[in-house]
Design a protein around this ligand. Structure first.
Ligand SMILES: C[S@@+](CC[C@H](N)C(=O)[O-])C[C@H]1O[C@@H](n2cnc3c(N)ncnc32)[C@H](O)[C@@H]1O
Length: 255
């Protein structure tokens, strides 16, 4: 359902929205070192469950390559790609043996069917054109029995309640005239889409994936009383408070 997305496709180009060119490069520049042990990360239990058997693994949108290093240490033949050179430089300076390649994941420099796993954590939602080009590339480079693990932000219960206000705020932020009145000359920079679990599953299946499971992580409600509230909400609203959702998929047929 269109309403259940932060969808900027309609305003793209019409009122000064621009893509995220250069934003990630600035984000990683000046960082130092990689976190060695990622087993305390909220997405780790899901990754551990589904990446038990070592294989050839691609991380699309690897940033500094911290997961490439960690998963490589667990026996995977891991390669990371990212289009922001500064993140890759941080990773290479810390660990020159990491296999990190600067490339755009919408056009992957790999043969068809060359990976057992493609993983991507919080990356495909940042393309104003939508995630489909990236997902079709992930599909192409996976082996016939390969698996995709791909996480994006989740339109959970609480974001859905606040959605009308957020949508109005974002719409206003995109208006060039209003930006000028506030003294801003640069165009509004698109940041990310947020899909409902159902909307995300539809996109994945249109790109040829069979969704085996959806896991939420990084809950937005942290205190004890709200967790109780959340346990009740979760019974009627799947992933009710998940900040991110990870889809576990097998390769199927492109529609
Ligand atoms: C939120 S960061 C995730 C970093 C990393 N996965 C981690 O968990 O440490 C998203 C990354 O995706 C990369 N990215 C976004 N779109 C991309 C594209 N089309 N091609 C390659 N990298 C991309 C960005 O440069 C950024 O480093």
């Amino acid at each position: 359902m269109k309403f259940a997305e932060y969808d900027y496709r309609d305003v793209q180009g019409a009122d000064g929205c621009s893509a995220m060119d250069g934003v990630w490069d600035a984000h990683w520049r000046g960082r130092q070192g990689l976190k060695g042990d990622l087993s305390d990360e909220p997405l780790w239990p899901t990754i551990r469950e589904h990446l038990r058997t070592p294989g050839r693994l691609l991380e699309a949108g690897c940033g500094t390559g911290q997961w490439v290093q960690f998963l490589g240490g667990l026996g995977h033949d891991a390669v990371g790609i990212d289009y922001a050179p500064s993140g890759l430089e941080v990773g290479r300076a810390h660990n020159p043996s990491l296999n990190l390649i600067q490339a755009d994941f919408r056009s992957l420099p790999f043969d068809d069917g060359s990976f057992d796993y493609v993983v991507s954590f919080g990356a495909v939602e940042h393309d104003i054109e939508g995630p489909e080009d990236a997902l079709r590339e992930f599909h192409r480079v996976l082996k016939p029995d390969g698996k995709l693990m791909c996480s994006v932000p989740c339109l959970n219960l609480y974001r859905t309640i606040g959605y009308p206000l957020l949508a109005i705020r974002k719409w206003l932020k995109c208006r060039t005239m209003l930006r000028r009145l506030r003294g801003k000359t640069a165009p509004f920079v698109f940041y990310e889409y947020i899909w409902s679990p159902k909307g995300y599953q539809t996109i994945l299946s249109q790109c040829g994936f069979n969704v085996l499971a959806m896991h939420g992580y990084g809950n937005v409600l942290k205190s004890r009383p709200t967790q109780l509230l959340d346990a009740i909400a979760a019974r009627v609203w799947p992933l009710s408070s998940a900040h991110m959702m990870m889809a576990i998929c097998e390769k199927g047929q492109i529609a």
